[in-house]
Design a protein around this ligand. Structure first.
Ligand SMILES: Cc1cc2nc3c(=O)[nH]c(=O)nc-3n(C[C@H](O)[C@H](O)[C@H](O)COP(=O)(O)OP(=O)(O)OC[C@H]3O[C@@H](n4cnc5c(N)ncnc54)[C@H](O)[C@@H]3O)c2cc1C
Length: 381
């Protein structure tokens, strides 16, 4: 079995497969396993999925969200903390575990295409630097090669839509609580939001998701200036957005080809977070490969991603006034629902929220009904 892409989704898949004794080889295009640093926030669902595997990468815990719209704010405490994760440590830990379970990791080797020889199914890979190519036999291939997946393209999956995500590492103001994430809704600048995520007591990541790369850079710069933050470094990339379920399996040239993580747009489009959903995709695909059945997990992931899409379609229509109204509607019962249920269990969270404050449902529906959003195919706005 071959896994293309040595990152979170790829190494988690490799670990799940190789610990059952199956031969697994991971091909990563980079020469070294030192992925770019990225400060990530995930729900404690990651802890439940990875257990002790995820712990070395956890650099901070978040117990409160402070949400701002047009000078108003609301605070939401979390019963179970969100985790701030350093991505490169997460990837290196997962790689070590996959290796320890027997997976071979080949660095500096890029997937180019599938072999076209029907008697010898496999991958054509290219050695970085020398350009020398090699065909590697494989009957099962997992594409974990990110938003611009070559495995997906060669197997005929359509290219995903992507959005720019950009964040600056900044020094935190002296009175900033290190267990609190601050979120600002400024729909004139982005239909998503700005965030400030503390990674240490003195330093955090301030960023936004945008729609256009140039405008996103300008907005971040202006936001930093407005709030008096000095950027220490920048982190960014284009993230695939989920606009509908991507079937994860195809038969190609005599091989079973699967996609996991960003390669399959397994990203919660309400917040554009892809770590937990990518790990869930990896779990489902591994079950499908090992037991010929990951359908229950895939159905559950699909439901989750679809609900986030619904939320995103509604939020995409929100004006500044709608966000302010949203904050005003957060009564104690709604606060309690947000504290107890997290965004990786969005069905329960939405249900409890609407039970505790039915007017939130009307606000959400108004967004959905605006401009015929419900009937549109892709993402609005
Ligand atoms: C700045 C930033 C902040 C983010 N913040 C969050 C957050 O707070 N919470 C969250 O949940 N998500 C966040 N995300 C999204 C999250 O990082 C991604 O969803 C996740 O890392 C995707 O993991 P992946 O393993 O699917 O793909 P990737 O991490 O993109 O890995 C793909 C791998 O495949 C390799 N590869 C590509 N092509 C080939 C090839 N042809 N041959 C061999 N190897 C190849 C690449 O080198 C790479 O190692 C953030 C993203 C960015 C950019």
């Amino acid at each position: 079995m071959a896994v293309v892409g040595g990152s979170a989704a790829g190494f988690f898949t490799a670990w799940l497969l190789s610990r059952t004794g199956r031969p697994v080889c991971v091909f990563e295009q980079n020469d070294r396993l030192d992925p770019a640093s990225r400060t990530l926030i995930v729900t404690h669902r990651m802890r439940e999925m990875l257990r002790e595997l995820g712990e070395p990468s956890v650099v901070n815990e978040i117990r409160r969200f402070e949400i701002w719209s047009d000078g108003r704010s609301a605070q939401v405490s979390l019963d179970r903390p969100d985790l701030i994760v350093e991505r490169s440590t997460l990837i290196q830990t997962l790689a070590e575990r996959a290796r320890a379970a027997g997976a071979e990791v080949v660095l500096g080797r890029r997937f180019i295409r599938f072999s076209q020889d029907p008697d010898a199914p496999g991958l054509v890979t290219e050695r970085r630097g020398s350009g020398e190519s090699e065909t590697v036999p494989a009957s099962v291939v997992v594409g974990a090669d990110g938003a611009l997946s070559e495995v997906a393209r060669r197997a005929g999956w359509p290219r995903p839509e992507t959005v720019p995500l950009l964040q600056a590492i900044v020094r935190l103001p002296p009175d900033f609580p290190p267990d609190t994430v601050r979120v600002w809704f400024v729909p004139e600048e982005t239909p998503y939001f700005y965030w400030l995520i503390p990674e240490t007591p003195t330093q955090g990541a301030l960023g936004l998701i945008g729609e256009d790369g140039e405008k996103t850079r300008t907005c971040l710069q202006q936001f930093l200036d407005r709030h008096g933050f000095e950027p220490i470094e920048y982190q960014g990339a284009r993230i695939p957005i989920y606009v509908g379920w991507v079937p994860v399996h195809r038969r190609v040239a005599g091989m079973d080809v699967y996609l996991v993580g960003d390669a399959a747009s397994q990203v919660k489009v309400s917040t554009v977070g892809g770590i937990v959903t990518g790990l869930r995709g990896a779990e489902a695909v591994s079950s499908a490969i090992l037991r010929s059945d990951g359908s229950r997990q895939l159905r559950s992931l699909r439901r989750e991603l679809n609900l986030h899409l619904l939320v995103r379609r509604s939020l995409h229509q929100f004006s500044q006034q709608d966000y302010s109204r949203l904050l005003d509607l957060l009564n104690p019962a709604a606060h309690d629902s947000l504290s107890r249920f997290h965004r990786d269990d969005v069905a329960r969270m939405l249900l409890r929220l609407c039970q505790s404050q039915p007017r939130l449902l009307w606000l959400g529906l108004r967004g959905l009904l605006a401009k015929g959003v419900l009937s549109s195919n892709g993402q609005s706005g």
